[in-house]
Design a binder for this molecule. Structure first.
Ligand code: HT7
Ligand code: ZN
Length: 894
């Protein structure tokens, strides 16, 4: 395999200042004619540098240079591109190629989905459309002409403004599009087919109108209202919070059922997975609604952070992705808090923060500890598609958030302003972003810098921070230590600059006391401590009464905190911390300790930590101040993935599942009456559904209570779920009821068949149906989930060609169902290997994601390791293994 290195970056030989493309769209043979105006990148370049164009799976028809047809001696064609030997210092290149969109199951480049044409060009899909300098630092002004059959493809769209439209005869029609903004090829898009749209007009920054459109296949228009509202909210929010205006006359969203990822921010023509557009109460859960709002926001926010300022090379991916995830997280938090009073708003923002940190701990921490660990700005890759990771995205967002914490909102916004002043219209690096933030910081505090902070960009791994303290004679001496374990290629790492947001909660009153630092006073900025050395001691004064430190408030840095808190301290913080995030985290720590004890004691529940977990839940249930959203999260136990990662040793996921189930059942039995009361108070059967943060929180809490009730109970409680299923008027309640029935009850309940019957024409609901069955845990003795998955693979509605459907079975059982995937027989691994191998030939990108299922195999107990190893080897030995899958499996076996 070829490895690409960040250090090897060189500028291209040529610019392509203008690009004209003409597509004659035909599903089996599309003609692509390009006209490229090029000139040397740098006028000091020598003459006769080759012009290197990327291209894959293209049928070359002809090449013209300045109007003259080139013979084959003037260029070299390979399976990765076309090199023009002596193009001259500037000129016009015209290339004609043919491609086969209906054969494109990889869904990269131009492909056909349900008869309609779509493109996906990020990261390197454009080279599957035509020969081009397919790298993000080559920005070009595009004009695109689309010629299509008017009957079968009446709508044809591309980036920018529609400048011409006409019938051509012979049943063909043409549209021409001009994008005023120079852009890299990865932001190019075209869509053609049968579509309908909902549209609205809003005002742009210059007061002129902009047309917003959401395009879907006929029959789906009733699912687009929420996406349109979300788009309008995103536009308003970016203006109000970041001062960034919509810069386009036309902003379009198009939904497709066949899409490798969530959505794509092509300039003015966002293409979305239907999963992140379609939302109505019958089909979408509250979480789906939340995701639609956040993904619509994310793609819109890319218009500035990604499109106006883009990446110089793909190693800089986090420049746009980390920053844009941070922006979408803040957007969602602000939307959740909208219209609430200050206390409720704080709680709503904390709920969002907790949700984000749960994802980080469950997915990114394992990645950072495994064979694919990489810095948010990777140093190398074999296949760039494998680096659209939780590290680049979610940890990348944490790194931006830490800069926000260090600078504060005002200086952070000043940094953004400097970033755009310096780099609008350019392709830049992560260093350029930090440089802008550092300038903003130094405008206000010339003595500070972000020098050490930059390690967060270059070092992989999750730092472990240990905290201990003593309080005597009015002083509290806090000692912090940090350590980051080796990751591939990085054995020893200098200390990180870790912002530790903290408070001291007085035991007697539960109030925060003022923070006063005796020594190194310049390390404290407000309530944020700069922790920069491997071991550092801070002396706080004015603490006459006993306090409990609350550290890393709001999860101010992506680290693993091991604190010297006693069980009593944690119970205290769970009830009194003035930081809601840390209240939740104290609950999680206790639950985690209790489950690990049960795991180590093979099911015994008589330990002190189990008692503490019971105490925590009792306190939570008594506390009438807590919001429903917070309580729903605080009552949930850590996920199995988080528990497996937290255990320092080789682990048996099946036993861990049973340990977690044991604690859940104990809590369910102990507090059955309370859960019933919560459930009854919020079971508003018959009330009309509306999606809003408050109503969603109520439903979330009700459904957490339902899960405990069903866990505790026998038939009677299962009947509560059945009654909820029968009465539900929305997907949130329907799915919650059904998952309780399917995961806990007898196999093949009638509700499962009813669900399929009701929704078999709705692909996203059918995905849910598959997913529910693939996630039945080992603790349900009525069901053999692996057997069910094998049978479902043969179901007429199943196909590996559709990524959502493939994920609904394969990702569900291999990544969301540890107790079945890691079954002691090893059959889960064998099934996983079969499917990765099959998917590899259909869609390497999606196959490579699924191939990550055994990333953490070396953390398993020896008997499981042996079985996992055998299947990993089997995948690696497969004929025609794609570079995508090869990289993932190769690194796992390294
Ligand atoms: N920037 C987009 C990335 C993306 C993508 C990458 C590789 C292959 C397919 C893809 N589809 C979309 C999505 C985003 O972060 O907004
Ligand atoms: Zn993005």
């Amino acid at each position: 395999p070829i490895t690409f290195y960040r250090k090897d970056y060189t500028a291209p030989n040529y610019k392509i200042s203008r690009t004209d493309l003409t597509f004659t769209l035909n599903p089996s043979r599309t003609k692509v004619a390009s006209r490229l105006e090029f000139e040397v990148w740098d006028h000091s370049n020598p003459d006769n540098l080759p012009l290197e164009l990327d291209g894959e799976d293209l049928e070359l028809d002809q090449v013209l240079l300045n109007g003259e047809k080139l013979d084959a001696t003037c260029y070299t064609q390979s399976h990765t591109g076309l090199t023009i030997h002596n193009p001259g210092r500037e000129g016009v290149l015209e290339i004609t190629v043919y491609i086969q969109p209906d054969q494109n199951t990889r869904l990269e480049g131009l492909y056909v989905s349900n008869g309609n044409f779509f493109t996906q060009c990020e990261a390197q899909g454009f080279r599957r459309i035509t020969y081009f300098s397919d790298r993000p630092d080559v920005l070009s002004q595009f004009t695109v002409t689309l010629i299509a059959n008017e009957a079968t493809h009446p709508v044809s769209l591309s980036n920018g403004n529609l400048i011409e439209e006409k019938k051509l005869g012979e049943g063909l029609h043409m549209t021409r599009w001009e994008d005023p903004f120079p852009k890299p090829a990865y932001l190019f898009a075209l869509v053609a087919g049968r579509f309908v749209c909902q549209e609205e007009t809003v005002k742009k920054g210059d007061g002129k109108p902009a047309l917003l459109q959401v395009w879907v296949e006929p029959g789906n228009l009733d699912k687009t209202d929420f996406a349109m509202q979300s788009l309008k909210k995103s536009i308003d929010w970016d203006r109000e919070r970041f001062g960034l205006e919509l810069d386009l006359d036309r902003f379009m969203i198009v939904a497709t059922a066949d899409f490798n990822m969530g959505a794509m921010e092509n300039k003015g023509l966002n293409i979305f997975n239907t999963k992140f557009v379609f939302a109505n109460p019958e089909l979408a859960t509250d979480v789906d609604f939340e995701n639609v709002e956040s993904v619509v926001g994310h793609e819109y926010f890319h218009n500035w952070t990604g499109n106006r300022v883009t990446c110089r090379d793909w190693f800089q991916l986090s420049l746009k992705e980390g920053l844009t995830v941070f922006r979408d997280q803040e957007f969602s938090a602000d939307m959740m808090a909208e219209g609430l009073d200050e206390v409720q708003a704080d709680s709503a923002r904390a709920v969002k923060r907790i949700e984000d940190v749960k994802v980080l701990r469950a997915a990114q921490f394992p990645e950072d500890a495994g064979p694919m660990a990489h810095p948010i700005r990777p140093d190398s890759y074999q296949e760039i598609n494998n680096f659209y990771t939780v590290t680049v995205y979610e940890k990348g967002a944490e790194v931006i958030r830490m800069q926000h914490t260090l600078l504060g909102e005002q200086l952070f916004q000043r940094g953004m302003q400097i970033y755009f002043e310096r780099h609008d219209g350019q392709a830049v690096t992560c260093e350029d972003f930090v440089g802008a933030m550092e300038t903003a910081l130094q405008e206000a505090h010339p003595e500070l810098d972000l020098k050490q902070f930059r390690h967060w960009y270059s070092q992989a791994g999750t730092p472990e921070v240990s905290a201990s303290w003593t309080q005597t004679n009015g002083q509290l001496v806090l000692t912090l230590k940090q350590n980051c374990r080796p990751t591939p290629g990085q054995a020893i790492k200098p200390a990180f600059h870790i912002p530790v947001k903290l408070g001291f909660v007085e035991k007697a009153s539960g109030r925060d006391v003022p923070l006063q630092l005796e020594s190194n006073t310049n390390a404290l900025h407000g309530d944020v401590l700069d922790f920069t050395e491997s071991t550092q001691t801070f002396v706080f004064t004015g603490l006459d009464k006993p306090v409990v430190p609350s550290l890393l408030r709001s999860f101010s840095a992506p680290v693993i905190l091991q604190s010297a808190h006693t069980t009593d301290d944690l119970i205290f913080l769970a009830g009194h911390d003035n930081d809601p995030f840390n209240r939740w985290d104290a609950c999680q720590k206790i639950y985690g300790k209790a489950i690990l004890d049960i795991y180590l004691q093979r099911g015994l529940t008589d330990g002190a930590n189990t008692q503490a977990a019971v105490q925590i839940v009792e306190n939570l249930l008594k506390d009438k101040q807590l919001s429903d959203g917070f309580l729903a999260l605080a009552l949930q136990l850590p996920s199995e993935g988080t528990l497996l990662e937290a255990f320092d040793g080789l682990v048996d996921p099946v036993a861990m599942h049973f340990a977690r189930t044991t604690l859940r059942d104990l809590l369910a039995c102990t507090f059955g009456a309370d859960f019933k009361a919560i459930y009854d108070a919020r079971n508003l059967t018959g009330q009309p559904y509306s999606y809003n943060a408050v109503a969603a929180s109520q439903r979330a809490l009700k459904n957490v209570a339902l899960a405990y009730l069903v866990a505790a109970g026998a038939d009677e409680e299962l009947n509560v779920a059945k009654a909820q299923y029968a009465a539900s008027n929305n997907m949130t309640d329907r799915m919650a009821a059904l998952s309780n029935i399917v995961h806990n009850g007898p196999g093949n309940p009638p509700e499962l068949a009813e669900f399929f019957e009701r929704f078999n024409n709705e692909a996203l609901a059918v995905d849910k149906w598959f997913m529910l069955q693939a996630t039945v845990p080992a603790s349900n003795e009525n069901v053999n989930t692996l057997q069910t998955v094998r049978e479902l693979l043969k179901h007429p509605s199943f196909t590996l060609k559709n990524p959502n459907r493939a994920r609904s079975l394969l990702a569900a059982f291999a990544m969301q169902n540890p107790s079945v995937f890691h079954s002691h027989s090893g059959d889960g691994y064998a099934l996983w290997a079969d499917l990765v191998i099959e998917l590899n030939t259909i869609n390497p990108q999606v196959a490579a994601r699924m191939a990550r299922g055994l990333d953490r195999w070396t953390k398993l107990v020896p008997a499981l390791q042996e079985k996992a190893h055998k299947q990993l080897e089997r995948v690696l030995d497969t004929d025609k293994l794609s570079p995508d899958v090869r990289e993932v499996i190769g690194k796992a076996l390294d």
